[in-house]
Design a protein around this ligand. Structure first.
Ligand SMILES: C[S@@+](CC[C@H](N)C(=O)[O-])C[C@H]1O[C@@H](n2cnc3c(N)ncnc32)[C@H](O)[C@@H]1O
Length: 269
């Protein structure tokens, strides 16, 4: 039977019982009906098959499955990136990392190349190459996972104009990497004990490989050293255990606290 929108939203809210239950119900219903959240105002009745689909999504959400895995997309800066359970869902905090890099590149006309280490969906790199589309910046994305790289390539094809697509290369191994004017990275930095305490959405559904720290900050910095040109910049998202003594051959330019969970380290080689 067809159902009115308000009745369905109320049902979703009652099932989810979280602070964001109304918003999440709206997101899932608008996804199913293929309209924006505001577009829902213009929908009178929802057809039986859409009702059925919406109910299944609400039930999956009530078990903790992230909204982005249910809808298959996550907005990041100017685009909606495809996501799947092989990748970390791009975070709102990481948009601030994008803004830090973008502001540096804007004020540094000699920047011609950017490497994104642990690229995931490609959100940072694809957004940067698009933002500086008039500069012809060459981008390289490195990730340890084949599935993740396939997704990043799909996002590139879907979101970027063909001439921009050809400016990006994707790498599973660091062997073919060169040196870059800018290196940006949001590597896995959560300790195992902190990871266990993350909400179920995160520790049950998101890939451990993307979150749990395997390499120390010092080990990452030793790797980054070979990819940053002398005088170039490294922009790094990291957890709260950052100490200025751990920066190796880099000079600390800035240390920006982002919310309660992470820092952005800006380093010059
Ligand atoms: C925290 S996620 C960041 C994803 C994306 N850059 C973002 O900000 O949304 C970390 C990513 O690093 C990748 N990764 C983990 N270890 C790696 C390694 N040793 N070398 C390259 N990538 C790695 C994971 O597969 C994952 O995609």
């Amino acid at each position: 039977m067809n159902k009115p929108v308000l009745e369905l939203l109320k049902w979703g809210q009652d099932c989810l019982r979280t602070v964001d239950a109304r918003l999440e119900s709206e997101l899932l219903l608008s996804f199913v009906c293929e309209v924006s959240r505001f577009g829902l105002l213009k929908v009178d009745d929802v057809s039986y098959c859409h009702v059925d689909w919406y109910r299944k999504l609400i039930i999956r959400r009530s078990f903790g499955e992230p909204i982005a895995y249910l809808t298959g997309v996550k907005p990041f800066y100017n685009f909606e990136f495809s996501v799947n359970p092989s990748t970390l869902i791009p975070r709102f905090d990481t948009e601030s990392l994008f803004e830090l890099v973008a502001s540096y590149v804007k004020n540094t006309p000699c920047v011609e190349s950017i490497l994104d280490v642990g690229t995931g969906t490609g959100a940072l790199l694809i957004s940067l190459v698009d933002y500086f589309k008039d500069r012809g910046i060459l981008g390289a994305g490195l990730d340890i996972s084949d599935e993740v790289l396939t997704l990043a390539q799909d996002n590139t094809k879907r979101l970027l104009a063909p001439e921009l697509q050809s400016q990006i290369s994707w790498h599973k191994s660091p062997n073919n990497l060169k040196t870059y004017d800018v290196v940006v990275s949001n590597p896995p930095y959560v300790s195992f004990s902190d990871w266990i305490l993350t909400p179920k959405d995160v520790h049950v559904y998101e890939p451990e490989r993307a979150l749990i720290q395997e390499l120390t900050l010092e080990e990452w910095l030793t790797m980054f050293e070979q990819w940053v040109k002398p005088g170039g910049r490294l922009f790094l998202e990291w957890g709260h255990s950052v100490q200025e003594s751990t920066v190796g051959c880099f000079r600390v330019v800035d240390l920006v606290e982002c919310g309660t969970k992470c820092y952005f380290l800006v380093l010059e080689r």
